[in-house]
Design a protein around this ligand. Structure first.
Ligand code: AMP
Length: 219
């Protein structure tokens, strides 16, 4: 059975870090729509030029554009053993389109990483990103000056300043949190506690995903 995963959770919940780690462990691609957009901005493509101002304000790029990106990405051969989506879907329209894209494939496993609001603002305001390779640094790791993966310089994400963080959380509550209700009734939905230390979140994620995958193969 292919491990087709999506991670829900507010900005700052640790989705990116956890998705990266899980993807490496299982040899499946991590597909982050935020990374795809940031790469497009850096490369100055038409998509990047359109997306930049929207991202800088903490708003959402249009559903049509995002659904097109994901439809194309999930057509590639490397997703045969599965994939982990980070940052998509972010609206009910995106989730509905993803269900259509998934027709005839193994079921989606949906994991929500839940973190209290106060903790999110604290985390987001102290988060750094490598300007060369895009790796995220949080908590103690954000005290570094250079990237442990590529040696690049670390800087604050443009959309991590306090006003934009508030806007991104507002957008999350309005547009993305309803996805929990969209998926909750499915037997493949799990919610885990994202306020624990990253090691424990990683263990909870593995346990939740394996439990769902095993229930699928036992059925
Ligand atoms: P992220 O790195 O996932 O926090 O994404 C950074 C920014 O990219 C978001 O604040 C949005 O502006 C944009 N973005 C990423 N994924 C999506 C999506 N699925 N739908 C709309 N906008 C997105």
């Amino acid at each position: 059975m292919a491990l087709n995963l999506i991670m829900l959770g507010p900005p700052g919940a640790g989705k990116g870090t956890q998705a990266e780690r899980f993807a490496k462990g299982r040899g499946i691609p991590k597909i982050s729509t935020g990374d795809i957009l940031r790469d497009a901005v850096k490369a100055g493509t038409p998509l990047g030029l359109r997306a930049k101002a929207i991202m800088d304000r903490g708003e959402l790029v249009s559903d049509d554009v995002m659904i097109g990106i994901i439809r194309e990405r999930l057509d590639r051969a490397d997703v045969a053993p599965g994939f982990i989506l980070d940052g998509f879907p972010r609206t009910v329209a995106q989730a509905a389109a993803l269900d259509t894209i998934m027709t005839g494939r193994d079921a989606l496993i949906v994991v929500d990483i839940a973190v209290p609001e106060g903790e999110l603002v604290r985390r987001l305001a102290s988060r750094l990103i490598c300007e060369s390779c895009g790796l995220n640094f949080e908590g103690e790791a954000a005290a570094r000056e250079t990237c442990q993966r590529c040696g690049g310089k670390l800087k604050q994400r443009v959309d991590d300043n306090v006003a934009v963080v508030r806007e991104r959380l507002r957008v999350y509550h309005r547009n993305t949190e309803p996805l929990i209700d969209y998926y909750r009734a499915r037997p493949t939905f799990r919610s885990i506690d994202g306020a624990q230390p990253p090691e424990q979140v990683a263990a909870a994620l593995v346990a939740a995903i394996d439990a769902v995958a095993n229930q699928g193969s036992a059925a």
